[in-house]
Write a protein that binds this ligand. Structure first.
Ligand code: 5MM
Length: 331
């Protein structure tokens, strides 16, 4: 078992979330990635999924704005065209490799469609193998909908996240804990705030009960926003609502917070982050761990054409640069 002292885990968590850098979420499951490739006219296969992730990772100078990359199991075990395994290449490029270890969601019986994230079976053995192959951090995502979240679903997912986080620490891996409240729908800001508060309070109760050292974790939450089908509010309102929930629910010891983008446009999430960064009383560093907001336009530019690789990498780098500028570069 790879054990690391608590200070080393805290250092890695800080490294992931500070210095104006963020975490690139490139861990789409095979199903999601295949459908995103096909939407862009790229036939989905292990090879095209690998080529696309290689395009992302090898964008020249990516490490200036990206501290870590989250991979799924398939990519973690693949090699770049030059033969280097992805986790090895990532470290050589100055980017910490991470691994998504949950296995997806399934409905919780009797909970009106609320979901539970699975993946705890044999997780210790899987983490040991990922750590041996170079993983610095892990990721587990719980998914909530404003209209179906229940206290029981929040507790059940919080406990699963806590067991995952404790196991990560046992194996020398920094856990990213992601309780995502989806922004699909027409709910208002208060609906998102209430659901996010419930998800976070259940999560931190479980983490504390499980004895997880909060200085060695990264929280990956959603911004508190109205649903994508509701009237939008100003970024300063999003930042104020998000900060109010986080201030009440997230202990100050948490090493750092890296927001997901959740389907919001790149410009919008960068404005949300910038407005939140401007709030001085924050006890934790804040940064981004965006997926779609960083990669969607790059994937579109590439479209599977070898001649467009450099142009697609340029689009990715510009999105990362915009997101980095929205963080507090001095933190
Ligand atoms: C990249 O997508 C991740 C996993 O997707 P699957 O549903 O296919 O397993 C997802 O967890 C992602 O890391 C986060 O939601 C952040 O991505 P966005 O696009 O919301 O910033």
């Amino acid at each position: 078992m790879t054990t690391l002292p608590a200070t080393a885990l805290a250092d890695i968590a800080k490294q992931l979330t500070s210095g104006g850098r963020g975490i690139l979420a490139a861990d789409e499951s095979i199903t999601t990635m295949s459908s995103r490739l096909e939407q862009e006219g790229v036939p989905a296969s292990a090879t095209t999924r690998r080529d696309y992730r290689e395009l992302l990772l090898t964008a020249d100078g990516l490490s200036a704005t990206i501290s870590g990359i989250i991979l799924c199991d398939e990519t973690f075990g693949q090699d770049l065209a030059d033969g280097r395994p992805f986790p090895v290449a990532a470290r050589e490029l100055g980017i910490l490799p991470g691994i998504k270890v949950d296995t997806g969601t399934t409905p919780l019986p009797g909970q009106n469609g609320a979901l539970i994230t699975e993946g705890l079976d044999r997780l210790g053995a899987r983490l040991a193998s990922y750590a041996d192959r170079g993983a610095a951090f892990g990721k587990w995502r719980a998914v909530f909908d404003v209209h179906t979240i229940t206290p029981y679903a929040a507790r059940a997912n919080g406990q699963a996240l806590a067991r995952y986080a404790a196991l990560c620490h046992q194996h020398g891996i920094v856990p990213i804990v992601e309780p995502e409240v989806l922004c699909t729908g027409d709910h208002d800001l208060a609906g998102s705030a209430n659901a996010t508060a419930l998800a976070l309070s259940s999560l931190f109760e479980a983490l504390i009960d499980a004895g997880v050292d909060l200085t060695g974790i990264v929280l990956k939450p959603n911004f508190v926003t109205p649903g994508l089908d509701a009237a939008p509010v100003a970024p300063t309102e999003v930042a104020a609502a998000t900060f109010a929930v986080l201030r009440d629910q997230v202990p100050a010891e948490v090493a750092g917070i890296a927001f997901l983008s959740g389907g919001h446009p790149t410009a919008d999430v960068c404005e949300f982050l910038s407005a939140l960064t401007a709030i001085d009383e924050r006890p934790w560093p804040v940064t981004f761990s965006f997926g779609r907001a960083l990669v969607s336009s790059a994937l579109h530019t590439w479209g599977g054409a070898p001649a467009e690789v450099t142009a697609a990498q340029q689009v990715l780098l510009e999105n990362c640069h915009t997101a980095s500028h929205a963080t507090d570069q001095a933190q």
